[in-house]
Design a protein around this ligand. Structure first.
Ligand code: GRF
Length: 195
C-alpha cells in the first residue's frame, strides 16, 4: 500500500484530483495518509475533513519562526510515514533539511512549462511575453524554486483573447490529469529502487 501525504494552502483542486485518482484506482493500491495546511481556512482542508481524511492545520502563528513552523509540519509528516509528499498549491518554501529528509519523494505541481516561468503569477507572465503555448509541470522538489527534475508536463495552447483566468483554467484541467500520472510514475520508480 502506497502512502501519500498532501501539503496545500488553498483551494485544493489538485489534492481532490489526487484523492479521486486514489479512490477510483487510477493510482492503484494507495491511500492519502495526511493532508496538511499552513492555512486553517484553506478550502482544501475542509474538503479533506469532509472526505474523512486526516487533515491537519498548522498555522504559522505570530512570532513563530519558519523553522519551528516547519518542524511541526515535519512531525506530522514523519508520523504519517508517506512514500510521497505531494505539494498541491503549498505556498511555503521547504528548508533544505526537509528536502533532504524526503529526497526524491517530494513532488510539486506548477502551472508553466518549466524551466520557463518559475515563481509566481506565471500565467500572467506567459501572456505578457506573447507565448503561444503554456502548460503545467510536475517535478521532484530540490532546494531551488520550481527547479527539480521534471516527471510530467502537459501543454495547452494560448489562444487569442485569453485572460489570466481563461488560461489558468485551461492549464488547471491539465494539472488534474498530470498529477495522478506523475504520482504513478514516481511510485513506480520508488518501487523499482526498493527491489
Ligand atoms: C495550481 O495552479 C498549482 O499548479 C499551483 O498552485 C495552484 C493550486 O491550485 N502550484 P489548487 O489549490 O490545487 O486548486
Amino acid at each position: 500500500m502506497h502512502r501519500l501525504a498532501i501539503l496545500l494552502s488553498g483551494r485544493g483542486s489538485n489534492f481532490v484530483a489526487l484523492a479521486d485518482a486514489v479512490d477510483s484506482g487510477e493510482i492503484p493500491d494507495a491511500r492519502v495518509v495526511a493532508v496538511v495546511s499552513d492555512n486553517p481556512e484553506a478550502p482544501g482542508l475542509a474538503v479533506a475533513r469532509g472526505r474523512g481524511l486526516a487533515a491537519h492545520a498548522i498555522p504559522r502563528e505570530e512570532g513563530m519562526t519558519r523553522s519551528v513552523h516547519e518542524s511541526r509540519v515535519r512531525r506530522i509528516l514523519d508520523a504519517a510515514r508517506p512514500d510521497l509528499v505531494c505539494l498541491a498549491g503549498y505556498m511555503r518554501i521547504l528548508s533544505p533539511e526537509l528536502v533532504e529528509a524526503y529526497r526524491g519523494r517530494i513532488l510539486n505541481i506548477h502551472p508553466s512549462l518549466l524551466p520557463k516561468y518559475p515563481g509566481l503569477h506565471v500565467q500572467r507572465r506567459a501572456l505578457e511575453s506573447g507565448e503561444r503555448e503554456s502548460g503545467c509541470t510536475v517535478h521532484y522538489v530540490d532546494v531551488g524554486i520550481d527547479s527539480g527534475p521534471i516527471i510530467v508536463q502537459r501543454r495547452v495552447p494560448i489562444l487569442p483573447g485569453d485572460t489570466e483566468e481563461s488560461l489558468s483554467a485551461r492549464i488547471l484541467e491539465q494539472e488534474h490529469l498530470a498529477y495522478p500520472e506523475a504520482v504513478n510514475a514516481a511510485l513506480a520508480r520508488l518501487d523499482g529502487s526498493r527491489d
